[in-house]
Ligand binder design. Structure first.
Ligand code: AMP
Ligand code: GLY
Length: 424
């Protein structure tokens, strides 16, 4: 099988790493890829938002399967453009990708499918927003309706700050926001593969969204993740499939917009039961880095089954009995304006720590061959071990060998879970 992976982050590096280990996979090409991916696969330039360009490249490479990593090209219709050429593609159509592309659409589907989620109001004026804020009370949750790279959500007890975010989002052309009730309780990310009918859940993971330790500071795309969740109640995954993922997939099929790809269910386990915080239509980054570290089932074969509607014929997923912790190393300034162009040193030493590996996100190779930073989240460092405690030790041993001027990372990824401090 020849595979083309679209994207250039650590998620795509993790996907490529798992794909090249699948004996059914002959070649993997990444477009555009990054400096880390280039060490294990061929990288080709492409405008990931241009469906025709991606389809042309897939055709030229005689690709059997295209995997679209990030949300923006999915929402823009790249998966559909590839399938129109008769090439199998992992990723939803633009209509189905609206589950992530519009929070209001996701709420409509959840309501129709009876999926538990936060009470919410869609607002298009500041007056409506102010009214909704007072209806739900503090802490306030205000979400930009459209894609915002993990930065469109403000959760705050400061009403003025909530209203300010609402105003900023609404000031844009066709600005629309969702104001919703605050959900307490630990968060879970569960990636549910679906071919439009069958749903196959992966192992659950937990993400660390805030930039600072103890969840201080603004939201980011994700600063770290771990899997498995030793504190998760028994039967959690089955409950998420039966109450969330399967009803959503069935509702989408009923409406004639079958969902094929991965439905990322972001949930809060509240005192009143599980609630959906958000849907995404692609693998979570950095959660998938931890999940794939544990997956034994060959990935190419699995994702081809999703793309060819044969998921019901797949054997159950197999997992390593290990734990995996991913720590994101971010550039100075992230999640604001990140500094770029600085040399990244210590990559080889970090990669040699037993049980650890380094996945690249915002990196490129300079003219003299040096890896330099080129984005907000620069690296994902994965550590594995028999339990979370050991996996953490391994991950941080590797992180500590990396040298990038001004970079920052959280030291507390998976710390509370490893210490048994999370309760539901
Ligand atoms: P989203 O982009 O919808 O995933 O939101 C980003 C983050 O904001 C989530 O991972 C949560 O940590 C937080 N968040 C979103 N919605 C809520 C909510 N209703 N209650 C509490 N926290 C929320
Ligand atoms: N880590 C959260 C996300 O990928 O949206």
């Amino acid at each position: 099988m020849q595979i083309l992976v679209v994207g250039s982050g650590a998620r795509e590096h993790a996907l490529v790493r798992a794909l090249v280990a699948d004996p059914e996979v002959e070649t993997v090409v990444a477009a555009p890829g990054n400096a880390g991916i280039a060490t294990i696969a061929c990288c080709r330039p492409v405008d990931v938002m241009d469906g025709r360009a991606v389809a042309d490249l897939a055709e030229a490479l005689e690709t059997d399967l295209v995997i679209v990593g990030p949300e923006a090209p999915l929402v823009a219709g790249v998966a559909g453009a590839v399938r129109d050429r008769g090439i199998a593609c992992f990723g939803p159509s633009p209509q189905a990708a609206a589950l992530e592309g519009s929070k209001a659409f996701a709420k409509t589907i959840m309501a129709a499918a009876g999926v538990p989620t936060a009470l919410a109001r869609v607002c298009t004026t500041v007056e409506e927003a102010a009214e909704a804020l007072d209806q739900f009370g503090a802490p306030h949750v205000v979400k930009d309706d459209g894609l915002a790279a993990g930065k469109g959500v403000v959760v705050t007890s400061d009403r003025a700050q909530a209203l300010e975010h609402a105003e900023r989002c609404l000031a844009r052309p066709d600005g629309r926001i969702v104001v919703e009730e605050y959900l307490d309780g630990p968060e879970v990310s569960l990636f549910c593969l679906s071919d439009g009918r069958t749903v196959v859940p992966m192992a659950p993971a937990q993400d660390f969204k805030r930039v600072g330790e103890q969840d201080a500071g603004p939201n980011t795309g994700g600063m770290g993740a771990y899997s498995p969740l030793p504190w998760a109640p028994a039967g959690l995954v089955d409950e998420i499939v039966s109450r969330v993922a399967q009803p959503t997939v069935d509702e989408m099929a009923r409406r004639g917009v079958p969902f094929s790809g991965v439905l990322y269910c972001g949930l809060a386990l509240t005192s009143r039961g599980l609630r959906v915080i958000e849907f995404n239509v692609r693998f979570g980054d950095p959660e998938i880095q931890s999940v794939l570290a544990r997956l034994r089932t060959p990935l190419g074969t699995l994702l081809r089954a999703v793309a060819t509607r044969t998921l019901d014929q797949q054997p159950p997923l197999r997992w390593h009995a290990t734990a995996a912790v991913t720590v994101v190393v971010a550039a100075e300034g992230y999640p604001g304006t990140p500094r770029s162009g600085d040399p990244v040193d210590g990559l080889d030493a970090a990669g040699e720590v037993p049980g650890a590996w380094v996945l690249h996100a915002g990196t490129r190779r300079s003219e003299d061959g040096q890896v330099v930073s080129s984005g907000g989240r620069v690296l994902s460092v994965v550590g594995t071990g028999p339990d979370l405690h050991e996996a953490r030790r391994t991950a941080y041993r590797a992180v500590d060998l990396i040298d990038l001027r001004g970079s920052h990372h959280r030291r507390d990824i998976a710390a509370r879970a490893a210490a048994g401090e999370i309760t539901v």
